[in-house]
Design a protein around this ligand. Structure first.
Ligand SMILES: [Zn+2]
Length: 401
C-alpha cells in the first residue's frame, strides 16, 4: 500500500540540456551509435526472417539474442543501452503497425546507418557538478540552463543538426496546488495561440514568420554551395542555429502560458490534436505546418505534465464541430469557412469571435455541463510582448513552485 501511494505522489518529467563532448568523446559517441545501428539492423533481420517463416517472435526473444549476437565493437556499448536498442526497434515496429491499422500506407522499417540516440536507462550514468559521466564513454560537460530536479531515472544522449543533447528522465514529487474553483475550455490557434472560455486571448507570436525570409535566403544560399564544402557547412550551421532560436523562443513562451493555465484552473479542456486538422491556412507551406504542429503538441504535452504535477486535470475532447457549432443555441453551421474569423449564427443571430465560440464548445464537451447563455464583454487580449503574467501577476504568486 505504501509503495502504491508513494508512486502516486510522484510524476515523470524530462529535462533537456545541451552538452559539449570533447572531440575524443564525440568520436566514441558516434562509434557507439553506429554499432547500435548494426545491432538494430541485425535484430530487424531476425524479426523479418522469423515472420517470413511464420514463426512468432517477441521483444523478449530478441532481447535474449543480444548476448549471442556477433557484432564488431558490441562490447563498446553499455549493456543497458543495447537493450534499449531492442526496445526502440520494437516500438518502431508497433508504431508502424498502428499506422497500418489506421489505414495509412506504410512501407517497411528501414536499415539504419546510425542510431541518433544512446539510451542509458536506470544505470550507467552519474552527474557530478556540471558533468555527466557515462559508463563506457566518459565525461561530458552539460549546460544546465535550468536546474535539474528530481531523481534521475535515465539519460538519453541525442545527436541533432544543432549539436548534442542530454535528456534526463526524472521522477519528481507532485506539488499539488490549492483548488482554484474554476474550469476552462481552451482553443489553440494560429493567430491567437490560446483563447479561453472565459475570454482571455493570448497572442501567438509566430516567431517563425518573423525569420522566414532569412531562413529562405539561407536555404537558397545553401542549395548553391557544394555539399560538404566549408562554406556549405558554415551556412548549414547558421540555418540550424536560426531554427533552434525559433524553437527555444517558442518553448519558453509555451512554458509560461501553460504554467499560468495550470495555476489558474482546476480542469483544462483542450482539443485532441491527434484528431484535429490544424491546417487552417491552406497557403501555409509544409515547414510552417510542421512547426505549428510541433508547437501545439508541445503545448499540450507541457500542459499535461504540469497539470499532473500540480494535481490538476487536462481533458482532451473531440475537436469535431467545435468551431462550427453555435455555443449559444447549438446550431451547426456547416458552411463556416476558414476565413470567417467571426461566427454569426443564422439560427439565433449570435455574433461572436470564432475562436471564443470554439472555446465555449470545448468547455461544454469537456465538462459535460449544459452551456449557460453567454454574452460577455470584449475579450482580454494579451500580446506576446507583455506576457500572460503581466495581466495576472497577483494570482501567479500563490503557486508554490
Ligand atoms: Zn445560435
Amino acid at each position: 500500500m505504501w509503495r502504491a501511494k508513494e508512486k502516486n505522489d510522484k510524476t515523470q518529467l524530462s529535462f533537456k540540456y545541451k552538452i559539449y563532448p570533447t572531440r575524443e568523446v564525440e568520436e566514441k559517441l558516434i562509434k557507439v551509435m553506429q554499432i547500435e545501428a548494426k545491432v538494430y539492423n541485425a535484430l530487424l533481420d531476425v524479426i523479418n526472417n522469423a515472420r517470413k517463416e511464420g514463426k512468432k517472435i517477441t521483444p523478449k526473444d530478441t532481447q535474449n539474442m543480444l548476448k549471442e549476437l556477433k557484432i564488431e565493437g558490441k562490447e563498446l556499448v553499455y549493456s543497458k543501452a543495447l537493450q534499449m536498442v531492442n526496445n526502440q526497434l520494437w516500438s518502431n515496429i508497433n508504431a508502424l503497425h498502428e499506422l497500418k491499422k489506421k489505414g495509412k500506407k506504410v512501407g517497411k522499417l528501414r536499415y539504419k546507418k546510425i542510431l541518433k540516440i544512446i539510451n542509458y536507462n536506470q544505470s550507467g550514468f552519474k552527474v557530478e557538478g556540471d558533468k555527466l559521466i557515462l559508463s563506457k564513454i566518459g565525461e561530458i560537460k552539460v549546460l544546465f540552463h535550468r536546474p535539474l530536479e528530481g531523481e534521475i531515472k535515465g539519460v538519453i544522449i541525442k545527436k541533432s543538426s544543432t549539436g548534442w543533447y542530454a535528456i534526463f528522465q526524472v521522477e519528481v514529487e507532485k506539488k499539488p496546488l490549492e483548488k482554484a474553483g474554476k474550469v476552462v475550455g481552451i482553443d489553440l490557434g494560429v493567430d491567437k495561440l490560446v483563447t479561453t472560455s472565459d475570454g482571455v486571448v493570448i497572442e501567438n507570436p509566430k516567431v517563425f514568420d518573423k525569420v522566414e525570409r532569412r531562413i529562405k535566403i539561407l536555404q537558397k544560399s545553401l542549395s548553391r554551395k557544394k555539399k560538404g564544402s566549408r562554406n556549405y557547412e558554415k551556412v548549414r550551421k547558421k540555418l540550424a542555429k536560426l531554427h533552434e532560436h525559433v524553437k527555444n523562443l517558442m518553448s519558453d513562451y509555451i512554458h509560461k502560458v501553460t504554467s499560468w493555465l495550470v495555476e489558474e484552473y482546476d480542469e483544462i479542456y483542450v482539443e485532441d490534436l491527434d484528431v484535429k486538422d490544424i491546417v487552417e491556412d491552406s497557403e501555409s507551406k509544409v515547414l510552417r505546418k510542421h512547426i505549428l504542429h510541433s508547437d501545439f503538441s508541445k503545448f499540450v504535452s507541457y500542459l499535461s505534465y504540469k497539470a499532473e504535477r500540480a494535481g490538476r486535470r487536462v481533458v482532451k475532447v473531440d475537436p469535431r464541430n467545435t468551431s462550427k457549432t453555435c455555443a449559444r443555441c447549438g446550431y451547426v453551421k456547416k458552411d463556416l469557412a476558414l476565413a470567417d474569423r467571426v461566427f454569426v449564427c443564422p439560427e439565433c443571430g449570435w455574433t461572436v469571435d470564432r475562436d471564443y465560440n470554439a472555446s465555449l464548445n470545448i468547455l461544454r464537451a469537456g465538462s459535460g455541463l449544459p452551456l449557460e447563455p453567454v454574452d460577455r464583454g470584449p475579450l482580454l487580449y494579451i500580446p506576446f510582448s507583455e506576457g500572460v503574467y503581466s495581466k495576472f501577476l497577483g494570482r501567479s504568486r500563490k503557486s508554490p513552485s
